[in-house]
Design a protein around this ligand. Structure first.
Ligand code: G1P
Ligand code: ZN
Length: 542
């Protein structure tokens, strides 16, 4: 039985960089999640009788919203829902399931690397039939509809049992509860040389994977321990918990510090890795060396041909604008295409669909390829293991050789989290107003050569996205980027991205913050960060 429920709009349902993210109590308001889901459906056409994929990262409130989404999908005319057992689907696995089963689209419930729990974060995002995040024209439409919504439709039915692989019928809707891991693990086995990685492990290479009590636990257990034969215990914190054990499921040097310390200690394992709440980010640490995501993108692009799924070579690389230009040097040397897009994976979708690029990446620990339309944490880990296995060299050797060949892009991101929105907006506004007068400005030995507000014209859709970040370039090729986060749930987060290129291999051993010291001072001088944010230092340095 279909129920129509009257409702009124919530003013704050504008999707950000990656869907709608809010605190759990916001989502728990009566009709809040329903309004947004109905707005998604109302923005779509011609889906009657088609398939919708639903899954999430297991965080607090996941199961409740999954039940609502299933019943709303049925009431709105979808014919079939595929939902991961336990309500679980990692973001890349959801992308794969949408593609493999030719679904119309998917709803993914996650707030990625943000903490979970009754007062923490939750999120809903819509992915289209190519498996990727909805492009801006759809997220804009969803928002516009959410601002006028008057009713939503939902089946008047009991909740279904999500914990067994089984098929259910709710009126005309078929709901298949599916194994969330198998299809994804099979795909990884097609792309990578599992035999080579198995040999690597049997020769004693020690791997540690920290699932951070988030969604990749079951995936990593199956792939790294069962299929690749790493000893039991190689995958840690593998049970997804609604509050991620009280931690931030963010695989960076702050929240995965224990793993980092272990990898830097004597007798460290050979390979350390972690993934985030919904499984799309990755952290790669070799014994004695952290690999920055920007370097990782470049190194994976340069070595991808060593993996069976990429043996024909890659056709092009895309990176988000704030990501370092390390990958550009690989593209240049290989004579393949390079694209620079705004922040957010949704901008890679068209390039991948058009066959213009094979590998994409962001400085924010996201790397992936044309195998799905999301970034993919475990994919990056397996690609690294495949490369290490085939080259027979350590992570550190591979990174150092890469720098020696291509030069090193010293790179760091300074985040000022939860600052006053007016102050942060004022900082960006002020830079924007001075763009024309900045060139020629001298700060210490640095001279500004160019400054702009990054705008991107999608080469496929021809749509233009502007105001994507203030870029300040210096003579000699260094660069500072200022932009505000589009994923935060309270106040504003200022991100300052700092980069310097060093071709000389004898200067590749400097501490990153030291190598960037003059640019860090220049960022403060140009943007007046302390005064405008009221902060003496960044909250997080990556
Ligand atoms: C952040 C990252 C961005 C990533 C997004 C979703 O967005 O910077 O690269 O795509 O999370 O994981 P931001 O908060 O900067 O808007
Ligand atoms: Zn994520």
């Amino acid at each position: 039985m279909i129920k129509t429920v009257e409702t009124t709009p919530f003013g704050d349902q504008k999707p950000g960089t990656s869907g709608l993210r809010k605190k759990v109590p916001v989502f728990q308001q009566p009709n809040y999640a329903e309004n947004f889901i109905q707005s998604i459906f109302d923005s779509l056409e011609d889906f009657r009788g088609k398939t919708l994929v639903i899954g999430g990262d297991g965080r607090f409130y996941n199961r409740e919203v999954i039940q609502k989404a299933i019943k709303m999908a049925g009431a709105n005319g979808f014919g079939r829902v595929l939902v991961g057992r336990g309500g679980i689907l990692s973001t890349p696995a959801a992308s794969h399931i949408i593609r493999k089963y030719k679904a119309f689209g998917g709803i993914i419930l996650s707030a990625s690397h943000n903490p979970g729990g009754p007062t923490e974060d939750f999120g809903i995002k819509y992915n289209i039939g190519n498996g990727g995040p909805a492009p801006e024209r759809i997220t804009d439409a969803i928002y516009a509809i959410s601002q006028k919504i008057t009713k939503y439709k939902i089946l008047d039915a009991n909740d279904i049992d999500l914990d067994a692989v089984k098929t259910w019928h709710l009126g005309d809707l078929t709901v298949d509860v599916i194994d969330p891991v198998k299809d994804y693990a099979d795909l990884m086995e097609e792309l990578f040389d599992f035999q080579a990685i198995r040999n690597l492990f049997s020769l004693g290479c020690r791997v540690v994977f920290d699932a951070m009590h988030a969604v990749t636990g079951p995936y990593a257990k199956e792939i790294i321990e069962r299929r690749l034969g790493a000893p039991a215990g190689s995958v840690r914190n593998f049970i997804p918990l609604p509050d991620f054990g009280g931690h931030h499921p963010d695989p960076n040097l702050v929240h995965a510090k224990e793993l980092y310390d272990e990898m830097m200690a004597p007798h460290a394992p050979d390979f350390g890795a972690a993934s985030d709440g919904d499984g799309d980010r990755n952290l790669i640490i070799g014994r004695n060396i952290f690999v920055t995501p920007s370097d990782s993108l470049a190194i994976l692009a340069a070595n991808a041909h060593l993996a069976p799924g990429y043996s024909a070579g890659i056709v092009g690389i895309a990176r988000s604008m704030p990501t370092s230009a390390a990958a550009d040097r690989v593209a240049e040397k290989r004579g393949i295409r390079m694209f620079e897009t705004p922040t957010g994976w949704k901008f890679f979708g068209n390039l991948l669909d058009a066959g213009l690029v094979t590998i994409c990446g962001e400085e924010s620990a996201g790397t992936g390829s044309n195998h799905v339309r999301e970034k993919d944490g475990l994919w990056a880990v397996l690609m690294w293991l495949n490369i290490v296995a085939v080259r027979g060299e350590s992570v550190e050797d591979i990174v150092r050789q890469h720098w020696a060949t291509y030069g090193r892009n010293y790179y760091s991101r300074h985040d000022y989290e939860g600052v006053d929105s007016d102050g942060a907006n004022g900082l960006v506004e002020s830079l924007r107003e001075r763009l024309e007068t900045l060139p020629g400005t001298k700060i210490g030995d640095l001279v500004v050569s160019k400054a702009d507000d990054f705008a991107y014209k999608d080469p496929v859709e021809r749509s233009v996205s502007d105001h994507q970040g203030i870029r300040v370039f210096f003579e000699g090729g260094s660069r500072i980027v200022f932009r505000l986060s589009g994923t935060g749930t309270s106040g504003a987060t200022l991100r300052v991205y700092i980069e310097r290129y060093e071709p000389d291999a004898s200067a590749h051993d400097i501490d990153t913050q030291v190598a960037l010291a003059d640019l860090i001072i220049a960022a403060e001088t140009l943007a007046d960060i302390r005064r405008r944010t009221g902060r003496d230092a960044p909250t997080v340095i990556t």
